[in-house]
Design a protein around this ligand. Structure first.
Ligand SMILES: C[S@@+](CC[C@H](N)C(=O)[O-])C[C@H]1O[C@@H](n2cnc3c(N)ncnc32)[C@H](O)[C@@H]1O
Length: 301
């Protein structure tokens, strides 16, 4: 075994093998601009595993005993940057247009369950933002209803008989654990205004804990977007800043899966630097004040 201090050579052939294994496992594609990052993370894993060649490392990853190491490598390769209320223009569109329309439609149909999936949720800021916005929208809707005064005290976060579900999924177990914990530093709270801090968080020492009632709406779970077993019957899917790490073929497959995971007329929201343009003709773009979303097109339309 060689000294861990020395970087072991990664040949082009080994790089191609590992690149294609990662792509096959999770859809992440490392083009020329990102091979440096991949190389660095592979070196790190090789040292941790105390192996002396990348080929041995590859053999470990494809073996039955290597499942845990494969999960660990994928964790090391994900970029988990996120924040509360990310992309305000898009959230404004979600709140004022999509949620408003959704609540009216659900009420007219007598189906009072709202399900909004955060796919690639990282440490939870996105699904908790969604939960807070739905709670706000339902409270406002209730207020506008005639005869809305009679209610129990303290007011429930979600007015009965409404049911809100926010499935939140990721491929990285560490971020899922952090999301489940739901405790954030002052730095992570920078984009949360005082109104939201007061209503939806408890101060715990120097940090902020998401209130139990909000946590109860969000269900964290492991899902690899590369697979077919994904949460179904969603009214809206947020998959922001995830597809940008996939190649075009994988993006097309994913968008097709999202189509099937949405209810008729459901919405898909992607990241600021992402677009469905050229990937599909099954969604129509909705645009308002520089916020964008995509609406599922139905065959009859
Ligand atoms: C940059 S973060 C985006 C977080 C959040 N959606 C946002 O926009 O703030 C991307 C997340 O996608 C997750 N991810 C990457 N590939 C994935 C896959 N194949 N399946 C599920 N999650 C994946 C990563 O682990 C990471 O947490």
């Amino acid at each position: 075994m060689s000294s861990p201090a020395l970087a072991i050579q990664l040949s082009d052939a080994e790089m191609r093998l590992l690149q294609s294994l990662v792509y096959h496992e999770c859809g992440m594609f490392f083009d020329a601009r990102r091979t440096h990052f991949l190389r660095d993370r592979l070196q790190r894993r090789l040292r941790e595993c105390r192996l002396d060649s990348f080929y041995s490392y590859y053999r470990l990853l494809i073996s039955a005993e290597g499942k845990q190491e494969l999960a660990r490598l994928l964790e090391d390769l994900t970029v988990n940057e996120t924040s509360f209320f990310r992309n305000k223009a898009q959230l404004e569109l979600f709140h004022k247009l999509i949620l408003d329309e959704l609540i009216r439609k659900k009420e007219a149909e007598g189906d009072l369950t709202v399900r909004i999936w955060s796919a690639g949720c990282s440490t939870g800021q996105e699904p908790y933002t969604i939960a807070m916005l739905i709670a706000d929208a339902l409270a406002y809707h209730q207020l506008r209803m005639p005869h809305s005064a009679a209610t129990t005290w303290p007011k429930p976060l979600v007015p009965p008989p409404w049911i809100v579900e926010v499935p939140a999924s990721d491929i990285n177990y560490s971020v899922l654990r952090a999301g489940q914990e739901g405790i954030y530093s002052e730095h992570q709270m920078a984009s949360v205004d005082y109104n939201y801090r007061l209503r939806y968080f408890d101060k715990v020492g120097e940090r902020y804990a998401v209130k139990k009632a909000v946590k109860e709406l969000v269900h964290f779970d492991f899902h690899n977007l590369k697979t077919e077993f994904l949460p179904q019957r969603n009214d809206v899917i947020f998959c922001r800043n995830v597809m940008m790490y996939f190649d075009e073929a994988e993006q097309r497959r994913l968008v097709d899966k999202f189509y099937r995971c949405l209810v008729p007329g459901g919405y898909l929201l992607v990241g600021h630097a992402e677009s469905l343009l050229g990937l599909t003709d099954k969604f129509a773009m909705v645009y308002r004040d520089s916020g964008t979303a995509y609406r599922r097109i139905e065959e009859s339309q």
